[in-house]
Design a protein around this ligand. Structure first.
Ligand code: HEC
Length: 182
């Protein structure tokens, strides 16, 4: 399906950042995000193809955390996703993540390109990295303001405290979060 290919490339382009001399941990963080996004994009694509977005919800809400778990097993870097308006309560931001997400919103308001927005910081013995996730057209099916009744009904059932709706194209949907030992 065309739309899912768009979704895949959106997820992939999230990791195509260039900077002159990134720290080695930044390179690891970007690679980890790329692997995660590629796998999630692939699963979503298959699910959409097999049964449309209603089916994709069912696959996604099980697969996303599982893929994160598998990605996390491979190295010392740990990946997750978070958002100021999270769908899954497990993805609610910590205070530190919330502060970065709010800063991302400020940077966007000041005209910065969301697709290239990232932040890294050493906190205690941890290297923390966050990368903004832009909202694409395809995401609106499940995160927009006018979600089809069938999809909305399923989301209501799975996520009674869902906050991840009402997004517009170009909004910051959330961020990837990667931690590594310093
Ligand atoms: C088929 C419906 C569907 C589509 C399309 C979709 N999502 Fe989601 N999204 C979900 C579901 C369901 C969850 C909750 C996953 C979980 O339980 O971990 C979610 C969670 C997320 C999260 C984790 C934070 C949170 O809110 O819990 C982010 C970030 C996210 N989606 C971004 C996107 C982006 C960006 C796109 C478009 C490229 C997109 N989604 C397209 C259904 C969808």
């Amino acid at each position: 399906m065309k739309k899912s290919i768009v979704l895949l490339s959106v997820l992939l382009s999230a990791s195509a950042v260039e900077a002159s001399q990134p720290a080695p941990q930044v390179v690891v963080a970007r690679t980890t995000i790329q692997a995660f996004a590629k796998q999630l994009g692939g699963e979503l694509k298959m699910a959409m193809k097999a049964g449309g977005p209603v089916n994709a919800i069912g696959v996604c809400n099980v697969k996303a955390p599982k893929i994160a778990q598998e990605t996390n097993k491979e190295g010392s870097a740990k990946i997750s996703r978070t958002s100021l308006k999270n769908r899954n309560a497990d993805n609610a931001p910590t205070d530190w993540q919330r502060a970065v997400l709010l800063k991302f919103e400020e940077r966007k308001a000041a005209g910065e390109d969301v697709t290239k927005m990232e932040h890294s910081e050493v906190v205690g013995d941890q290297f923390r990295y966050m990368k903004a996730i832009p909202t694409a057209e395809i995401c609106l099916k499940c995160h927009g303001a006018n979600i089809a009744p069938k999809i909305a009904a399923k989301l209501d059932k799975l996520y009674p405290e869902d906050k991840a709706r009402g997004f517009k194209k170009g909004d910051i949907r959330g961020a990837f979060y990667v931690t590594q030992p310093k």
